[in-house]
Each structure stands twice: as structure tokens, then as C-alpha cells.
Design a protein around this ligand. Structure first.
Ligand SMILES: Nc1nc2c(ncn2[C@@H]2O[C@H](COP(=O)(O)OP(=O)(O)OP(=O)(O)O)[C@@H](O)[C@H]2O)c(=O)[nH]1
Length: 300
């Protein structure tokens, strides 16, 4: 039996709700969501599979970067990347109105000529009129728009209509990935992202941004438990104190929440071993780069 399958690029400025949308579609948490912009340092490709379709949601490098950092070359590269996908999902924020960054994303999307679905998100907090204005402006700026939807990813409103439309527009094709695969990222990457998300949610000010999570070890224990050891690097002793908390209460909270989510992801018991370490100026160190581009080994 043939299915509908293909690659869908998620385009939209930071914080419009791309991760929230993906999480609703996937029915479980696979992408970090935060109210602090650009938390998803490394974007994850998510694979949605059902009876008659497989959709691979991909990120477009360059498109989320601040305008001032976008050289002509990067714009070209982004356009080129969008030419290579089957469909674009261009997301906008109804509450924000149509901004300069939206205009810039719209230009890149339009230039690719690729079929585009527009989703105006956050209608739960914006008036209908404002949302419609955003949708219409976006539509007028993009060449190949197949439909415009008004949604609230947070409330799950309209998300499945978008999903149906995506399926309708995708070509018939093969199932590219096994059906139980939800992301093409290794487990070590997912684990680091999940731990980082908890730190983002539970701590304030400079702490989240001074934190790096490096997965040191993932091992199958004979009793079926998955053992994961992670180092959490901060830049100063004071930050270490905050992360550990009074009598270890904060790190315990982070650990419990992260473990529960990891257990959900891998479908079995997880033992999470977290160690907070101070490493001055870790941002300049290359070990974190290695981790972020996924060079650490996955489960052995
Ligand atoms: N009110 C409202 N808030 C939303 C909606 N969708 C997402 N948000 C919120 O918007 C913020 C950003 O959402 P994300 O899903 O992380 O946005 P993103 O586009 O992936 O952001 P980046 O990773 O920065 O590119 C979070 O606080 C979400 O809870 C929505 O439909 N309504």
C-alpha cells in the first residue's frame, strides 16, 4: 500500500510556537519548549508516522537567525534548503502582528517556490481581526500558498486540520524511517535536551544560560534499567549552589522531572545520575561543541 510521505520544513521566527506544534502532533514531548526565545539550540527532526503517512519535520538552518547576522550567503543557503523539501509550514504569531522578522522569513519562503501552508498561531490570545490581518499579509507575500490556518498550538486547536492538510499535499512515497522512530537524533542528545529543559523551567536569570549538559555515559543495566550519567556544567560556584539547592532539593527536582520524561521517551525505567560541575568559561571550550553536534556516542 502506498502512503503519503515527505519532508516538511518548519519556518517561523523564534518563539512562534513551532516546538509546541510539533509536540502536539507527536503526542509526546520530543522538543524543548520554553518561553525564553531560541532555547532549541539544536533543532531536532521529528518523524510523525501513522497508518497512511510519514511526515518528517525538518528545521531550516539560517531562517531563525537574527536579521543582522544573516548575510546574503545565508539567505541563499536557506532558500536552497527550502527548495529541497516537499512542503513548508510557515508559522506566525497572531498576538505579535506581522513583524519585520516575519517579512524576512516570508521572503525566503517565497523565493523557494515550494508549496507553503501558513499557520497563524496563538489565536487564543489574539483577536480574530489581528490574526486575520497577519494571515492575509503573510499570504500576500508568499508565492505558493496552498492554505491558511488559524490555530492555537497550546490548546491543540486547529493542529490536526493542519496535519490533514499536510498529508493531503504530500506526494505518495515510501516510509523513510521505521514507524517507532520519532526523531533522528541520538538518545544522548535527547537526554541532554530534556535535562536542560528542566533547568530552564526551574531556575532563573543567568543560571539557565550558563548551563551546559553533557551526557557522559548511557548503559543498559542487567536488570533492564537504563543508566544515564550526565554532567551539568556551570560557570561559577554560586550557580552550582543554586542548581544543587538547599539540601540538594533543586537538583533532585530537576532529576526527578527529567527522569520521568526520559522513562516516557524510552519506555522503561531510567536511573539518572546528575553531577554539577564548575567549569569557568565553558562556552569557549570545545567539548560542548562536540556534544552539541552529536559526536558523543549513543547507547552501546
Ligand atoms: N498563548 C499561546 N502561547 C503559545 C501557543 N503556542 C506556543 N505558545 C507559547 O509560546 C512560547 C514559545 O513556544 P515554542 O513552541 O517554544 O516556540 P518555538 O517557535 O519552537 O521557539 P524557538 O525554539 O525559540 O524557535 C512558549 O511559552 C509556548 O507555551 C499558543 O497557541 N498560544
Amino acid at each position: 500500500m502506498s502512503i503519503k510521505s515527505g519532508f516538511v520544513a518548519l519556518a517561523g521566527k523564534p518563539n512562534v510556537g513551532k516546538s509546541t506544534f510539533i509536540n502536539v502532533v507527536m503526542g509526546r514531548k520530543v522538543v524543548i519548549v520554553s518561553d525564553k526565545p531560541q532555547t532549541t539550540r539544536n533543532r531536532i527532526n521529528c518523524i510523525y508516522t501513522d497508518r497512511d503517512s510519514q511526515i518528517i519535520f525538518v528545521d531550516t538552518p539560517g531562517i531563525h537567525k537574527p536579521l543582522h547576522r544573516l548575510g546574503e550567503y545565508m539567505v541563499k543557503a536557506a532558500v536552497q534548503a527550502l527548495k529541497g523539501v516537499d512542503l513548508i509550514l510557515f508559522m506566525l504569531d497572531a498576538a505579535d502582528g506581522f513583524t519585520k522578522t516575519d517579512e524576512h522569513v516570508a521572503k525566503i519562503v517565497s523565493e523557494s517556490g515550494t508549496k507553503t501552508i501558513i499557520a497563524v498561531n496563538k489565536i487564543d490570545v489574539a483577536g480574530e481581526e489581528k490574526a486575520k490581518a497577519v494571515g492575509q499579509l503573510a499570504k500576500s507575500m508568499v508565492e505558493n500558498v496552498v492554505s491558511v490556518h488559524y490555530i492555537s498550538a497550546l490548546k491543540g486547536e486547529g493542529v490536526f486540520e493542519v496535519l490533514e492538510k499536510i498529508k493531503e499535499e504530500l506526494p505518495e512515497g515510501p516510509q523513510y524511517y521505521p514507524e517507532d522512530m520519532v526523531t533522528d537524533r541520538p538518545l544522548s542528545f535527547m537526554a541532554a535536551e530534556i535535562i536542560r529543559e528542566k533547568i530552564f523551567h526551574l531556575t532563573r536569570q543567568e543560571v539557565p544560560h550558563s548551563t551546559a549538559v553533557v551526557i557522559e555515559e548511557i548503559k543498559d543495566r542487567p536488570n533492564g534499567v537504563l543508566y544515564i550519567r550526565a554532567n551539568i556544567y556551570v560557570e561559577r560556584d554560586s550557580q552550582k549552589g543554586i542548581l544543587i539547592g538547599k539540601n540538594g532539593s533543586m537538583i533532585k527536582k530537576i532529576g526527578t522531572l527529567a527522569r520521568e520524561e526520559l522513562e516516557f521517551l524510552v519506555g522503561r525505567k531510567v536511573y539518572l545520575d546528575l553531577n554539577v560541575k564548575v567549569k569557568e568559561n565553558w562556552r569557549e571550550k570545545d567539548f560542548i561543541i562536540l556534544q552539541e553536534i552529536g559526536l558523543k556516542d549513543d547507547i552501546k
